[in-house]
Design a protein around this ligand. Structure first.
Ligand SMILES: Nc1ncnc2c1ncn2[C@@H]1O[C@H](COP(=O)(O)OP(=O)(O)OP(=O)(O)O)[C@@H](O)[C@H]1O
Ligand SMILES: [Mg+2]
Length: 355
């Protein structure tokens, strides 16, 4: 079971959308995937489960006092009063025959509270309760036992932040991938990640040293997230006269090159220099994007609104924009197919390298 987080402290770069479509591609290749929505915005849950079904999970009863979301594990775990429970839900749009199992631990807006409860100083650095930072892994283990399945991949969706729940997700992850969009801030944020991850690592090392339950196997196997590459998301392509193939428009190509150099200089180099406890940058990683997903335009929000991943979106009618209740155009269908192939390529990269 490999745990992966798509992470960038910058908001709106496509973390959630990519996480969802990647999980569908992995599942279509026969892999079993557990999604954990660890973002208080709950966008992944809304997309995967659909708003109506998701809303029902918030009903609190005597036997399910925290509903059927991630809160049902987290709150009892923190308060240590009742037994933590895990619940998973299936995607609203069913995967094709022969696909691997795809489940989600639904998020909860309450996760904002968890992020306030987890204390970097007391729980982590002082070593009093490192386990609190391992909640996603504890959930994954409990779900595996409850559903009687060893998932191939656990993918955690996180908010755009460096807060304690993002830390927690990263400590639980074997690998993280960084989605970036074509804008001036992406390369800056790459540098911030390069500054922050070594600090996360130091804090973890300190905490483990001071921890009173060093014998805990889970703790010794965690806290070593490796950078697995970056994903270029949402850029524009155009075919110029005389060109046979469409290429990135000049402005986006310039952004891509800036991100590439920032990944090299401010992330890969820094991680190699500052993290000595483990190999934070595997040898297969370069500064080239591991996947390139173009601007999907109205298809991106419509996919979320209908809870249909991009791979299957051409099977349903569009509900947004000028095409509402009409049909997808031929170029739109082509773009869906090509970008779905890009998600598949990302899945192959993960299957082949993140072992
Ligand atoms: N390739 C794309 N083309 C067009 N729109 C996209 C693309 N990827 C994502 N979007 C849109 O951009 C918005 C942000 O995407 P998403 O929610 O996946 O980003 P995020 O990084 O998870 O955001 P947050 O930081 O808030 O969690 C959404 O409206 C989504 O539909
Ligand atoms: Mg998101």
């Amino acid at each position: 079971m490999k745990t992966i987080t798509l992470f960038n402290n910058k908001g709106g770069v496509g973390k959630t959308t990519l996480t969802w479509n990647l999980s569908v591609s992995l599942s279509s290749k026969g892999k079993s995937v557990l999604l954990i929505d660890f973002d208080p915005q709950c966008n992944l849950s809304i997309a995967v489960i659909g708003e109506k079904k998701f809303e029902k999970l918030f009903k609190h009863t005597t036997s399910e006092p925290y509903g059927r979301t991630i809160r049902a594990f987290c709150q009892p775990f923190i308060q240590q009063d009742t037994t933590p429970q895990v619940f998973t839900t299936s995607p609203q749009y069913p995967m094709d025959q022969g696909s691997g199992r795809l489940d989600i631990v639904p998020g909860d807006f309450w996760l904002n509270n968890l992020s306030d409860i987890l204390s970097v100083g007391t729980d982590l650095i002082a070593g009093n309760a490192i386990n609190r930072f391992l909640i996603p892994s504890l959930i994954a283990d409990k779900v595996s036992a409850a559903n009687n399945i060893e998932y191939d991949y656990v993918i955690i969706d996180v908010p755009p932040s460096f807060n304690s729940i993002v830390r927690s997700a990263l400590y639980c992850s074997d690998y993280y991938l960084v989605p970036c969009t074509a804008d001036v801030f992406s390369s800056y944020c790459i540098g911030l990640i390069g500054e922050t991850l070594p600090i996360f690592n130091e804090d973890w090392t300190q905490g483990v040293k001071r921890s009173r339950n060093l014998s805990n196997n889970l703790i010794s196997s965690k806290g070593q997230p490796k950078f697995a590459g970056w994903i270029f998301n949402g850029f524009d392509k155009r075919r110029n006269p005389g060109q046979s193939q469409a290429t990135e428009i000049a402005a986006d190509a310039a952004h891509r090159d800036k991100i590439k150099s920032s990944v090299e200089k401010h992330l890969i180099k820094r991680l190699k220099k500052s993290v000595s406890e483990y190999n934070a940058v595997p040898s297969f990683v370069s500064n080239e994007p591991v996947a390139k997903v173009e601007d999907l335009n109205v298809m991106a929000p419509d996919s979320i609104l209908q809870s249909v991943p991009l791979k299957y979106l051409s099977r349903v009618k569009p509900t947004r924009g000028v095409l509402a209740r009409g049909a997808w155009s031929a170029p739109q269908k082509t773009l869906m197919q090509n970008m779905s192939s890009e998600h598949d390529k990302l899945a192959d990269y993960i299957i082949n390298h993140l072992v």
